[in-house]
Design a binder for this molecule. Structure first.
Ligand code: LLP
Length: 417
């Protein structure tokens, strides 16, 4: 059941009327449901019951401290891609020994911070990164736990900007170069080889692609172990898709059953890095219609949210459902839902049939993932506030940015005396 449903002709977030949140906190406003996050996590986690595993939430999807706190309390680990994300996990009370560090461009200071925090594993993506990590760890007098991210060369059949497992991708180590790099890593005194890792892309709805990648990674794990290098864990990455429109997402139970078959009799701890699947449908973006503009070839509903708040439509031509907070009776018209930013790519939705009036509130659905976390201040627009609903309670978990926050760290030229 969705956490966002109509009751008595208006949209609710759990037990709170969305309109009351807009009145109290203003718009544009991100609203998250704690119950939806928890139930998505539990569904994923429980489907692997009986297998040693750790679900490391990929916080690039939504890194609000309250969201991380909710997941940490459920026992989640975290997949980070920067020192900033590590700091967020620590600030939210996350356990560093459950953190894996992904990403192709880890800086020295980020490696140092992660080593000092005592993370579970670095997912190393190139020979050069391995060399650097070995040096940083040696200097710090530590052994860095490492898993190599291998590129299984599997087509995730998703949007090209979010496919990462192809031979042409910048991510990971080519499948056929991995064994040699494992052999080398095993000789480095400041490196402890602990696992193997892959991630082939995002918003994947094709179970066969995930199974193919997992099978290739397990085969490689066997070869690494046959070379005398034991592995404690196999990290199968994230990428499970969700329904934005009419996609048929992979059910956690089906994914888990397929993984179980691919694992066979192996006894590794399994790691997963889901982001979107845990939070996308736990959030909406609430926006108010500022102007209706008719005339010309199209009708525009100009709303107070824009591409700086939600850039997925502009960047990937992504489709998000648009739901009126108070649906109106009467004839619908076809609207372009656009923001105030000075770019033609500033649209949230094309050609939606809605009955609209000035001042109406709209909810942009499936906005819990890659939405606020990808927002910017373009056009000097302060970022939206974020609210977490739990039952009938609403907590402001990020205050709306103020205009003077935007340039507080800038300065004018020195005065000429
Ligand atoms: N692990 C790694 C190494 C990743 O690069 C990603 C996502 C994940 C896990 C989590 O993937 P998920 O389970 O969320 O699919 N901004 C895009 C999505 C970019 C995904 C980047 N990597 C979007 O809005 O669709």
């Amino acid at each position: 059941m969705s956490a966002f449903a109509y009751r008595g002709g208006e949209l609710f977030a759990e037990d709170v009327a969305v309109a009351s949140l807009a009145d109290r906190f203003g718009t544009p406003l991100y609203v998250y449901s704690r119950a939806a996050i928890e139930s998505a996590f539990r569904a994923f986690d429980a489907s692997f019951a009986g297998m040693p595993h750790l679900v490391c939430y990929a916080l690039k999807a939504n890194s609000n401290l309250a969201v991380l706190d909710v997941l940490a309390r459920q026992g989640a680990g975290f997949d980070i891609v920067s020192g900033g994300e590590l700091a967020r996990v620590l600030a939210a009370g996350g356990d560093p020994s459950r953190v894996v560090f992904s990403g192709v461009g880890k800086r020295v200071d980020e490696m140092e911070a992660a080593l000092a925090a005592g993370i579970l594993c670095f997912n190393v993506e190139s020979p050069a990164e391995l060399t650097r990590l070995a040096e940083v760890a040696a200097r710090a007098g530590r052994r860095a736990p490492v898993s190599l991210r291998v590129n299984p060369h599997v087509d995730a059949r998703t949007h090209p900007y979010i496919a990462t497992g192809l031979a042409t991708s910048k991510f990971g180590i080519a499948h056929d170069e991995a064994i040699d790099l494992y052999r080398h890593a095993a000789t480095l005194p400041s490196i402890a080889v602990t696992g193997i890792d892959c991630h082939i892309g995002s918003q994947i709805t094709d179970l066969a692609a995930l199974v193919e990648a997992a099978t290739r990674v397990f085969d490689l794990a066997d070869r690494v172990e046959a070379a005398g290098i034991p592995l404690a864990h196999v990290d199968l990455g994230g990428g499970i898709g969700v329904r934005y429109r009419d996609e048929v997402p992979i059910a956690p139970a089906d994914y888990a059953a397929a993984v179980r078959r691919a694992v066979g009799k192996r006894r590794h701890t399994l790691l997963f890095e889901p982001g979107r699947a845990l939070v996308a449908n736990a959030g909406i973006l609430v926006t108010r219609v500022e102007y209706l503009k008719r005339g010309g070839e199209r009708r525009f509903a100009i709303v107070d949210a824009a591409m700086n708040d939600l850039m997925r439509p502009a960047l990937y031509d992504a489709w998000h459902d648009v739901r009126p907070v108070h649906p109106r009776d009467g004839a619908t018209e076809t609207w372009e839902i656009v923001g105030p930013v000075c770019e033609s790519a500033d649209f949230l939705a094309h050609e939606r049939a809605l009955a609209l009036a000035d001042g109406d509130l709209l909810a942009i659905a499936t906005a819990g993932a890659y939405a606020m976390s990808m927002s910017s201040n373009y056009n000097s627009r302060p970022r939206a506030a974020e609210v977490l609903v739990e039952g009938s309670r609403a907590l402001e978990v990020r205050a709306r940015e103020r205009v003077d926050d935007l340039f507080a760290s800038e300065s004018r030229l020195p005065r000429v005396t």
